[in-house]
Design a protein around this ligand. Structure first.
Ligand code: GRF
Length: 206
């Protein structure tokens, strides 16, 4: 994976991905990072549980860590440990990028303060509509005809950070939560790596 070169200066964004689930967004980020001249690399993956998605990091020998909230006295202590590990990879609020790609946990303020504005999330709805953990079901229940994907900054609220990019997904009459979420994730797996590459190359400012 030769890094992009600009004169003699290597341009390579170091990315840390956080997840809780199947990790298909991580897989999409890794597949793009595998391409020649990719402008970023995934340096570590963190999870709050033994998530299936960790396999994609393990397959590439990318360091991966499970840090369980139950092992810490409170959210802040768990967040501090997450932050400490990420800092070990040279990523902080000035360098690198931290991506929540299906981390099903609200990040404590001490964690957000450690990485913002270099801290982004992908959410399966068109924010500010349908924030929270049940965005796909909530959109179906509301009877709207379209929903989508939002890549946004993380702040101290629940899916309230500044929007970076959005894509619309049409809701079909026979959609279930599963079919709709799968279609949304197909769009996320293109949008998220695109945005990360744009941040990495400086085409998009944070
Ligand atoms: C994505 O839809 C993400 O927006 C949501 O959880 C899902 C994660 O999917 N928060 P995956 O683990 O990347 O397959």
């Amino acid at each position: 994976m030769p890094p992009l070169k600009h004169g003699k200066i290597k341009l390579m964004l170091d990315v840390v991905v956080m997840l809780s689930g199947s990790g298909t967004n991580l897989r999409a980020l890794l597949e793009q990072a595998d391409k020649p001249a990719a402008p970023y690399r995934v340096v570590a993956v963190l999870a709050d549980r033994q998530a299936d998605g960790l396999q994609f990091a393990a397959q590439r020998q990318i360091p991966n860590h499970v840090v369980r909230p139950a092992d810490y006295p409170n959210r802040e202590a768990w967040g501090a440990e997450f932050a400490r590990i990420i800092n070990e990879y040279g990523v902080d609020h000035q360098r690198g990028l931290v991506i929540s790609a299906g981390l099903m946990r609200i990040l404590p303020p001490n964690f957000v303060a450690s990485f913002a504005p270099r801290l982004i999330n992908t959410h399966p709805a068109l924010l500010p509509n349908f924030p929270g953990a049940h965005a796909v079901a909530d959109a179906l229940r509301a009877g709207v005809t379209e929903t989508g994907v939002t890549v946004h900054h993380i702040d101290d609220g629940v899916d309230t950070g500044q929007v970076i990019a959005q894509e619309t997904v049409r809701i079909l009459p026979d959609d279930t939560e599963h079919t709709l979420h799968e279609r949304i994730k197909t769009v996320e797996r293109v949008l998220l790596p695109t945005i990360v590459a744009e941040i990495a190359t400086g085409r998009r400012a944070l």
